[in-house]
Design a protein around this ligand. Structure first.
Ligand SMILES: O=P(O)(O)OC[C@H]1O[C@@H](O)[C@H](O)[C@@H](O)[C@@H]1O
Length: 313
């Protein structure tokens, strides 16, 4: 008697730890129909996410510099404990520049989120060096899971171990691969207030039906709905981003001039990507000793024709 591929597929076995060409460990997650995700221990960064057809869904720059301890330009980077460059630490915090480890025995998550998925748990704890710059006892846990249908979910948990209260910001800095930025529209941000990084964080209100791109965009949309959609007309693909515990959405495309100023980014690559980050930026969270915060982002990439009127219901 034969079994279908799905019936014999074992989600526990669909996780493999391997080394990249720099000798850094990374994890490969595989779905039953061919989808995959790669996560580097360097930064806990998702460096690839492919659908069942083997198409890459995340953008990585052809000029990305693979030199530890810096994150590479692309994929999904973890921004913690700061976002942006307004704080005392390096831009977007130190988590993305650190070496993470596998978390062998993570405390259970409240929901059964990962049942039937292939997943990995990573952990970041502060080093002596980190404590000099950010003197707070924290544990940052990250579960990354790939569902049988190819959806990618990232769940982060920050715990204050026993120190004084501390505050932090957080973002999943997500480089989506698109056919051409002029073909992209983002739905779900209309009528929201945003802080414009191009105007010293001045506050504006989104006026359009949807966000489209004709020049550089660098905005923090405040208190956004928990589901937004990024439509790529040419490729007929829609990314649906669902989030919990992360009130804001950061949208970034560097456009022509800024692209030319970045060494690890091609001059024309601003056309092939858009960053849409589920984030906690405007109102940092404060954790007292023993308290924990959870932030979730789930992305699916679906053929546009599948996204009907029911997306928001
Ligand atoms: O070059 P980095 O540090 O990865 O940051 C890229 C961009 O990240 C975005 O999310 C920020 O809003 C931009 O201001 C920033 O330029």
């Amino acid at each position: 008697m034969g079994h279908s591929a799905a019936a014999v597929w074992d989600s526990k076995a669909a996780m493999e730890i391997t080394k990249d060409w720099k000798g850094i460990d990374h994890v490969v997650l595989r779905g039953p129909q061919g989808a995959s995700a790669r996560i580097s221990f360097q930064g806990g960064q998702v460096i690839s996410w492919r659908n069942d057809h083997g198409e890459e869904l995340l953008f990585t720059s052809s000029k990305a510099i693979f030199k530890s301890p810096k994150s590479i330009r692309g994929g999904i980077t973890i921004c913690f404990p700061e976002f942006g460059n307004g704080g005392s630490l390096e831009q977007h915090g130190f988590a993305r520049n650190k070496l993470w480890v596998v978390d062998d025995d993570p405390p259970p998550l409240p929901s059964n989120d990962s049942v039937g998925k292939s997943f990995v748990d990573l952990l970041l704890k502060p080093s002596e060096e980190d404590l000099k710059f950010w003197p707070h006892s924290f544990e940052l846990r990250l579960r990354i899971s790939l569902a049988p249908g190819g959806n990618l979910t990232l769940i982060s948990r920050v715990r204050n171990i026993n120190g004084k209260p501390f505050s932090f910001s957080f973002a999943y800095h997500t480089y989506l691969s698109v056919s051409d930025i002029s073909e992209v529209r983002i739905e779900g941000l209309e009528t929201l207030d945003y802080l414009d990084n191009l105007y010293h964080k001045e506050r504006f209100t989104e006026q359009g039906d949807a966000l489209t791109f004709e020049s550089e965009v660098d905005r923090i949309y405040l208190n956004s709905p928990n589901v937004i959609a990024v439509l790529d007309h040419e490729r007929k693909r829609t990314y649906v981003i669902r989030k919990e515990g992360l009130p804001d959405i950061v949208v970034w495309d560097p456009w022509e001039k800024k692209s030319k100023s970045m060494v690890n980014f091609g001059d024309e690559e601003y056309k092939q990507m858009v960053c849409v980050d589920a984030a906690l930026v405007e109102k940092p969270i404060t954790l007292k000793p023993g308290e924990e915060w959870t932030g979730l982002m789930e992305i699916s990439a679906v053929p546009s024709s599948f996204c009907g009127e029911n997306l928001w219901s």
